[in-house]
Design a protein around this ligand. Structure first.
Ligand SMILES: Nc1ncnc2c1ncn2[C@@H]1O[C@H](C[S@+](CC[C@H]([NH3+])C(=O)[O-])CC(=O)[O-])[C@@H](O)[C@H]1O
Ligand SMILES: O=C(O)C(=O)Cc1ccccc1
Length: 246
């Protein structure tokens, strides 16, 4: 795994963050050192996907990156010896290229289609599971409700959305405390003050977090009947939203 040192040297100015070939090359190191509980997120969301998957339907992984969830879902399904159909979508061509290489490791029975597209444009239907794992935060806020509404419509009865996001808190003091603990985690994971500061600048207006309350309100408004927060770490939250209350 290539170590992420993309922000270790001074950049003047720091360019806006993008999922280009340089980021893809260090992505697995970057995300595992920058997202708290990342391995837990991958493992449990894969198990949840296997639990709720219905034969004859689809799983959509929106913002699939290098395919970590695809591989974990394959492993979880293998336990139940299920074949499944998964559509992975990402608009970064280098990401999809690496994801395609990783799909070679999937067990028999996995039917994976990868699409290099914008998730706001992708057609979705007959889904029992849709996953937005750290992706909605990169979608302009004005486009988020329409996307979530399309996801809700694409789900079959009993279908679920798994949504994980970086968040902010409505109370300024709590928000600052959460951010301080987050930057402490990054420092504990080996990032320098310069890397933390330059990454923050690069993500300004690129990664736009919202409050937990905003996510809950929007999920209910687009029609999800039951929502739970199954994991939370300071300024990161993972939601499971059920299309029906059953
Ligand atoms: N409009 C868009 N359309 C399609 N893809 C997009 C768009 N905007 C961003 N992306 C893609 O969304 C992904 C966000 S990373 C997801 C991690 C992954 N889910 C994982 O489980 O490892 C999260 C992170 O790096 O913090 C990147 O691959 C982008 O190219
Ligand atoms: O929010 C941050 O400071 C991050 O570093 C999150 C992140 C992780 C991986 C790619 C892009 C952003």
């Amino acid at each position: 795994m290539t170590k992420d040192a993309l922000f270790s040297r001074p950049q003047k100015p720091v360019p806006p963050f993008e999922f280009n070939a340089s980021v893809v090359q260090v992505f697995d190191d970057m995300i595992s050192r920058s997202v708290p509980c990342y391995r837990e997120l991958i493992c449990r969301q894969a198990q949840l996907a296997a639990h709720y998957y219905r034969s004859g339907t689809r799983i959509y992984d929106l913002g699939c990156s290098t395919g970590n969830l695809e591989l974990a879902i394959g492993a979880s399904m293998k336990e139940g010896d299920q074949s499944f159909t998964l559509i992975g979508v990402d608009n970064s061509e280098p990401m999809i290229r690496v994801c395609r290489e990783h799909m070679e490791k999937l067990p028999q029975g996995a039917h994976i289609d990868l699409s290099c597209s914008d998730i706001r444009e992708v057609e979705m239907s007959n889904a029992s599971v849709v996953i937005l794992n750290l992706t909605l935060q990169f979608i302009p806020p004005d486009d988020r409700r329409k996307l979530l509404s399309r996801i809700h419509r694409a789900l079959v009865p009993g279908g679920i959305l798994l949504l994980t996001e970086k968040t902010v808190h409505a109370h300024l003091g709590l928000s600052q405390m959460q951010q301080n603990f987050y930057y402490r985690l990054k420092a504990e994971n080996g990032y320098s003050e310069m890397e933390i500061s330059q990454k923050r600048e690069a993500l300004e207006n690129v990664l736009i977090p919202e409050t937990v309350e905003s996510h809950l309100e929007r999920l209910t408004r687009v029609g999800f009947k039951a929502v739970d927060i199954w994991l939370k770490w300071f300024n990161f939250a993972s939601f499971i939203a059920l299309k029906d209350a059953l």
